[in-house]
Structure formats: structure tokens, C-alpha cells
Design a protein around this ligand. Structure first.
Ligand SMILES: Cc1ncc(COP(=O)(O)O)c(C=O)c1O
Length: 423
């Protein structure tokens, strides 16, 4: 993992004295390195983005030294409606007056499962948890249990949570054989997919799919129609379950699940990140055909039943629909993309802005060592905007026109001082 280089200790020039002090303390008491991966600002490179965020509201964050930034990281996705969205916060706080976790089931567990099952046609049951990683691991187990088969076919480099078995990278600390039953195929490569399916006839429990190919340091690629058609055909012909990992793209590609944008109905659907607008709640949804698979597995935790995050999820879904969050994010993302392309033209840069409007990935052309994109991000952060140089950005519903215009002004200024390819 390239982020390992981000373990260098020391001060970050973008941080003020409080931030620098916190880095010193963090380097003493946290293991560092890649353990938190992109949740550390160092994943962007040392001294590129502010390391410690003290507060956040709407589409803005404030670092520990009191500097405010327009934010396009959105907590890596969970910030869907705006940090501290009042409806979600109130729902959470009201529930938090009562005990967080109690004995056995709560009515809220059933209510939220009902809301989710109603929201996603084809899904008949739901299991609630805290993180995307947990429900991805569970989805693989359900598919294997239901089909009695060992293999999962996933796509090159796609991240599906922190379970070592599903890691696209070497996973130190576990026997290498842990990953023997996950086969990776290049994205959009119909031939390779068919070959793998034929070679493993009768062995494939599931195809595990993100709705976009969206990996660190790379442009975003949409799924080609013939690729989707091949997935559908192979899944049917081979009797394999289709798992859609909608933890990252959920709510940002289609309001009712990214599979709707692809024209697929999965057998298992994984949700997380934006589901609770920043509170810890995730869900695995499944079709009736997979219900017995889920029944046969023990998956539980003392804290899965914590109620305030469930209440936050209910409020998030309500506000997302009632406040037309998807439309707002799409509009803001289009405005941002157009403005970035115009800024690049005006400053002599050639940029690649890929992905859907709600999750753009910005890269500079002819930037093999990534110095241009990293330099741009550092200059933008100095001027008050957080544009991640290694990951796709996220738009939230609180990015209004004036926030986007402000961000574009910063982007233009940052591009002006970023050396062009010919310089
Ligand atoms: C596509 C995808 N799946 C799963 C996960 C894991 O979710 P979590 O970080 O909530 O465990 C992530 C997190 O970034 C993700 O992007």
C-alpha cells in the first residue's frame, strides 16, 4: 500500500501549532503507518492537508488551530447531507437521552429494517451493524452459506472493507491462504470474467461489485454496458449471488441504490457511510432466496443494537428524500466540474475530472509522480479548501452555489501556482 510512506513522523507545514503538537502526540500513542489508511491526512502526503479537524458544519470543517476549510472529503463519504444536519442531529440527540444499548431487540431495530426493505425493491430482510467492513464480510459468508460454494469473484484493486480476505493488497498478519478463495478480475474485462467463470464452474458463490471502479490514485471508471450484461448473464447461468457494495457510492449514484443506475437488482446489498450521515450504522440487505444463508450464520456484537445511530439513519433517509439531496449534490458537482475545467484551461493545465458529479476524481495529465496533483491540493488547503489528491472527492447536499464558487476561486488560485506540464 503506497500509504506506508505516509508514516514519516514530524510536523506538517499545513498544520498550526496545535495540529503539530497533536501529530507529535499521535506519533507516540498511535501505531501510525497504514493502519488507518486514508482516514489519516498523511494518506494525501505529508503536510498536504490539515491533520486534525476540531469541528464541522455543513460543507466546512475547522482544524484544531481554528482555520476553516471548504471540505470535499466529507469524512470519506459519511457526510451526505452536511455536517451536523439539524434534523439528523436532533433525532440522534433525542434518542441519546435514553440508554444507548439495552437487552434484546428494540422496536427501532425492526422499524429501521422495515424502512430499508421498503426502500429497496427486491430486498426482503436487513441485518444492521456499524461499519461497511462488517456487512461486506457478512455478505460473503451469506452467499457462501446459501450456495454451498467457496469462491468470490471481485474486481482488481476494489476495496471492500478491512477484512483481510477481501483486501486487494497484501494483508500482513494473516496467512496468505486467507485470500485463496477470492479471485480478482480486471474491471470492464468481459473476456477475463467469462474465462474465470468457466474455469470455476459450480464453485462461485458470489460476484462482488462496486458500481464504479474508484480506487486511490486513479481516475474513476464507469461500468461498460457489456460488462454489466456479462455480470447479469454469468450470475444467472452460474447461479452465483450478486453482492453490490454500495458503501461508498450509495446515495450518490442513484437515490434508491447504485444498482438502479446500472440496471441490476443485487441479491445482497451493502450500505454504510452516508446511511447515518456520520453516525455509525450500516446494513446488509438481502433477497428471500438468500435468507436461509443469513439464518445459518452467527453475526452479532454487543454494540450493534445501539439506538441513536439507528434513529440517525431514519432521519437521514427522510431528509435525503424530502430535501432532494441527490439533486442538490448532482447540481453542485456539475457546477464544480465545469468550473474546474474552466480554471484548468485558464491556467494552462490539462486535467482529468472523472466519475459522477457527486464523487469527482481530479487528476492532472502528465503527472506520473503525482507532484502536480499533490502540489495543487497543498496550495488549495493553504487557501482554505480540502481537495484530496489521492482519492475521489465527495459532494454533500450542503455544498450550495456560493460554496462551490468559493471553492472554484481557491482552485483557480491553486492552479495558478502549480507548475504546468510544459514548465
Ligand atoms: C467500497 C467500500 N466498501 C467498504 C468499505 C468499508 O466501510 P467502512 O470503512 O465503514 O468499514 C469502504 C470504505 O471506504 C468502501 O469504500
Amino acid at each position: 500500500v503506497r500509504s506506508a510512506k505516509n508514516s514519516l513522523p514530524g510536523a506538517s507545514p499545513i498544520d498550526g501549532p496545535k495540529g503539530r503538537d497533536l501529530w507529535d502526540r499521535a506519533d507516540r500513542v498511535l501505531p501510525g503507518g497504514g493502519i488507518y489508511l486514508s482516514r489519516s491526512a498523511r494518506f494525501a502526503g505529508d503536510g498536504v492537508l490539515p491533520g486534525f479537524i476540531a469541528d464541522a458544519e455543513g460543507c466546512r470543517v475547522t482544524d484544531v488551530d481554528g482555520k476553516q476549510y471548504l471540505d470535499f472529503v466529507c469524512a470519506n463519504g459519511p457526510n451526505l447531507l452536511g455536517y451536523g444536519h439539524s434534523g439528523v442531529k436532533q433525532a440522534y440527540l433525542q434518542q441519546a437521552r435514553r440508554p444507548g444499548s439495552t437487552n434484546f431487540y428494540s422496536p427501532l431495530l425492526v422499524e429501521l429494517a422495515e424502512v430499508l426493505v421498503d426502500r429497496y425493491p427486491g430486498m426482503d430482510w436487513a441485518v444492521l451493524a456499524k461499519t461497511g467492513s462488517e456487512v461486506l464480510t457478512l455478505a460473503g459468508r451469506v452467499a457462501r452459506k446459501a450456495t454451498g460454494r467457496p469462491l468470490i469473484v471481485a474486481f482488481d484493486q476494489a476495496y471492500h472493507g478491512s477484512d483481510a480476505e477481501l483486501s486487494p493488497w497484501p494483508a500482513p498478519g494473516v496467512p496468505a491462504t486467507r485470500r485463496d478463495h477470492v479471485i480478482r478480475v480486471p474491471w470492464n474485462d468481459v473476456k477475463a470474467l467469462r474465462t474465470v467463470a468457466d474455469q470455476h464452474e459450480g464453485q462461485i458463490a458470489a460476484l462482488l461489485l462496486n458500481s464504479l471502479d474508484q480506487n486511490a490514485f486513479q481516475p474513476t471508471f464507469f461500468a461498460e454496458p457489456d460488462f454489466i450484461a456479462a455480470i447479469e448473464e454469468i450470475r444467472t447461468r452460474h447461479g452465483a449471488a450478486l453482492i453490490l457494495d454500495d458503501v461508498r457510492q450509495g446515495f450518490r449514484l442513484h437515490p434508491k441504490g447504485s444498482h438502479r443506475a446500472l440496471g441490476l437488482v443485487p441479491d445482497l446489498l451493502c450500505l454504510g457511510k452516508g446511511l447515518g450521515n456520520g453516525y455509525s450504522v450500516s446494513a446488509l440487505l438481502g433477497s428471500d432466496a438468500l435468507r436461509d444463508g443469513a439464518r445459518g450464520i452467527m453475526f452479532t456484537s454487543s454494540l450493534h443494537f445501539e439506538q441513536p445511530p439507528m434513529r440517525a439513519a431514519m432521519a437521514t433517509l427522510d431528509a435525503y428524500d424530502n430535501e432532494c439531496a441527490f439533486e442538490k449534490m448532482t447540481r453542485a458537482g456539475l457546477r464544480l466540474r465545469e468550473g474546474l475545467l474552466a480554471a484548468a484551461r485558464a491556467t494552462g493545465h490539462s486535467i482529468d475530472c472523472s466519475g459522477p458529479p457527486t464523487m469527482p476524481t481530479l487528476l492532472f495529465e502528465n503527472d506520473p509522480d503525482r507532484s502536480r496533483v499533490v502540489g495543487f491540493a497543498r496550495e488549495a488547503a493553504r487557501r482554505g479548501a480540502i481537495f484530496h489528491p489521492a482519492l475521489n472527492w465527495f459532494i454533500c447536499a450542503a455544498h450550495d452555489d456560493s460554496a462551490i464558487d468559493e471553492a472554484l476561486e481557491i482552485a483557480r488560485d491553486a492552479m495558478k501556482v502549480t507548475p504546468t506540464a510544459g514548465a
